[in-house]
Design a protein around this ligand. Structure first.
Ligand code: SF4
Ligand code: SF4
Length: 163
């Protein structure tokens, strides 16, 4: 069994259906935009044929997260907390200010902080789906948010946590 699976980025897909014609298993459904995970054998033909660069091959199992220096993690957490505060402050201004110029500026600050935050979370290893941090994060969500329990439990069962 191949160690990779194909995923499609719908925002890049130009719907020319080349992936549909080359896929040996019929896994690339261009109507729904989904690639059938169970049918995909990871041959990579769709990814090579796609003129839009919309299909990537991703590993079925991600490697273990490499350890980071404790000091680096501490600094990352510090910056993350500060960015969360800045984003919340900007969102407060967007909601409560009557000044359009102020609101516009606050929107830019909020968006910029969100982008930096996502980057920092990636840097801290949260983007590796099979990492211990992801498992802890999902378990925390389970405690806080009961409305999405079904989806979160599904994810917890699907991911092969490896550290
Ligand atoms: S080959 Fe690429 S651009 Fe064409 S339908 Fe498939 S994913 Fe979309
Ligand atoms: S990797 Fe191969 S089997 Fe999987 S969707 Fe692409 S062409 Fe089909």
């Amino acid at each position: 069994m191949s160690k990779e699976r194909a995923i499609r980025n719908l925002r890049l897909c130009s719907k020319d259906c080349l992936c549909l014609f080359v896929c040996p298993t019929g896994a690339t459904d261009t109507e729904t935009g989904q690639i059938d995970f169970d049918k995909c054998i990871g041959c990579g033909a769709c990814s090579k044929a796609c003129p839009a660069g919309a299909i990537s091959m991703v590993p079925y199992e991600y490697p273990k997260e490499q350890p980071k220096d404790d000091e680096v993690i501490e600094k990352l957490k510090f910056i993350i907390e500060s960015k969360v505060d800045q984003e919340q402050l900007a969102n407060y201004i967007i909601k409560n200010s009557n000044n359009e110029g102020e609101k516009f500026l606050a929107k830019i600050i909020s968006k910029a902080n969100r982008l930096i935050l996502e980057d920092l979370y990636r840097e801290s290893g949260y983007m590796l789906p099979q990492s211990k941090k992801t498992k802890e994060f999902l378990n925390q969500l389970l405690e806080k948010d009961t409305t999405n329990n079904e989806v979160i439990n599904k994810l917890l069962n699907l991911l092969n946590f490896n550290d």
